[in-house]
Unconditional design. Structure first.
Length: 453
């Protein structure tokens, strides 16, 4: 939906009043920066402004046209040669030279009375304006979707990097411990090599996490229009339970919502209507064009036969024109437009099916989110207890070092999966709202409350 200009300016001003650094950037601030800097969205704004002109352009074909023309030639030279007979019947050749001033001017008003091509063009202009509005809405929805996704990608990559670093640090300490135990005769070389191998994998995982963070950082920076050199202080998803509101748990509700609010579906529907009027526009080639016209003209020596003569002419009447034969071009254009009309209907159906499929996928993700998050949280807690139990078992001589390494790896993996699942739920919720055209500032403000420094 169209953002309130005053509301946007106030919130953007408040965002700028905050400390302007990557570390101080909040989700809400980043959103309003994206509105001001994302090139794809800014292009859509200009596209909508251009689309506003479709209606005036189309309406112009139905309104009167006034034209004026004027010509002035202060210097005209004429040489006239002709035969002349005297009273005796003798013929002689006469040559005359003269110089004269000439001018002519006219004012013409033409009002279409029947022009089916102009009428169809006007209707197409209205539809194109509606399409530009839907393209703008689609771009706004896409921007919010891309921004939140990019933010979550940065947050997820950063948290994964943090976990990878902690995992690596823990293995470094464990390696030192197993080395000391081996040197004192309390451990084996197997424990040392197993820990070293696990540490190498942890280092590789940390490098990969850092690369992923860099890539996500570049994507987010491009959207907000500011280089985020330090994302370590960006607000991350806290431990607050996710409670993302759903207007309904019924799939049919969201399907109906998408049918009436999804900009891509609406735009495809407008395209069908546009192609229908393109058929009418093609048919206009076989119909007459009727115009009412009025003209006033003044001429002084305007041609060779009216030298030194002045004329003032006023006329009003009707003009009818019609193509009787165009080589079959009109019929071919009608058939072509009809085929494109059928194509547009199929594309409209395809867009609806794709949208409904995405809605089903996102809705299921949102509906099952509490159970999945709870399951991952339980897995994290179980993995943590497993690490503690394994440590005690090793001290009691019941477990080996490899068991601890496996438990720690499982603990690290489940924490990464829990974070990824929370982010996936947020993405699904945003996608669900996007597919039904429900994107607005309130969504950003709600998500902003879940991210804290």
């Amino acid at each position: 939906m169209m953002l309130s200009a005053h509301f946007t300016r106030v919130l953007y001003f408040l965002a700028l009043m905050a400390p302007f650094s990557a570390g101080a950037l909040t989700l809400a601030q980043g959103w309003f920066m994206a509105l001001d800097n994302d090139p794809h969205y800014r292009a859509a704004v200009k596209d909508q402004l251009a689309g506003e002109e479709y209606i005036p352009i189309g309406r112009a074909g139905l309104l009167p046209k006034v034209s004026v023309s004027y010509q002035r030639a202060p210097r005209n030279w004429q040489r006239q040669q002709y035969q002349q007979s005297n009273v005796l019947g003798e013929r002689s050749e006469v040559v005359q030279h003269q110089q004269y001033d000439s001018h002519s001017g006219s004012l013409t008003v033409v009002q279409p009375l029947f022009d089916y091509d102009a009428y169809a063009g006007y209707r197409i202009g209205i539809i194109k304006k509606l399409q530009s509005d839907e393209r703008y809405r689609s771009s706004l929805i896409d921007l919010q979707n891309r921004f939140i996704t990019a933010w979550l990608d940065v947050a997820e990559a950063h948290q994964r990097l943090q976990l990878a670093a902690l995992h690596r640090q823990g293995l470094e300490e464990q390696k030192k411990q197993t080395q000391r135990q081996f040197e004192s005769g309390e451990g084996s070389i197997t424990d040392v090599t197993e820990t070293a191998s696990a540490l190498s994998l942890a280092v590789a995982d940390e490098v990969e996490a850092r690369d992923t963070l860099d890539t996500a950082n570049v994507a987010l920076s491009a959207i907000v229009g500011m280089v985020l050199s330090d994302t370590s202080a960006l607000p991350m998803l806290g431990e607050k339970p996710l409670k993302l509101p759903l207007a309904s748990r019924d799939y049919q509700y969201w399907e109906r919502k998408a049918s009436s609010h999804n900009p891509d579906i609406l735009s495809a529907g407008h395209s069908v209507e546009e192609k229908r009027y393109e058929i009418e526009r093609s048919r206009a080639g076989a119909l007459p064009r009727i115009q009412l016209y009025a003209m006033h003209s003044e001429n002084d020596s305007s041609n060779d036969n009216t030298i030194n003569q002045k004329y003032r002419t006023d006329s009003i009447g009707m003009r009818v024109s019609m193509d009787l034969f165009s080589g079959g071009g009109v019929s071919a254009s009608v058939r072509q437009a009809a085929a494109r009309y059928e194509q547009a209907k199929y594309l409209h159906d395809a867009q609806r099916l794709v949208t409904y499929s995405e809605i089903k996928k996102s809705l299921n993700k949102c509906l099952h989110a509490p159970e999945r998050i709870a399951a991952y949280a339980s897995a994290v807690e179980a993995a943590r207890r497993q690490v503690e139990a394994t440590q005690k078992s090793i001290q009691a001589g019941q477990r080996m070092n490899i068991d601890l390494l496996n438990a720690e790896q499982s603990f690290y993996k489940t924490k990464v999966e829990l974070t990824a699942e929370k982010h996936a739920v947020i993405k699904a919720w945003v996608s669900l709202l996007a597919q039904t055209g429900e994107i607005n500032n309130d969504n950003v403000m709600l998500l902003n409350s879940y991210f804290a420094h």
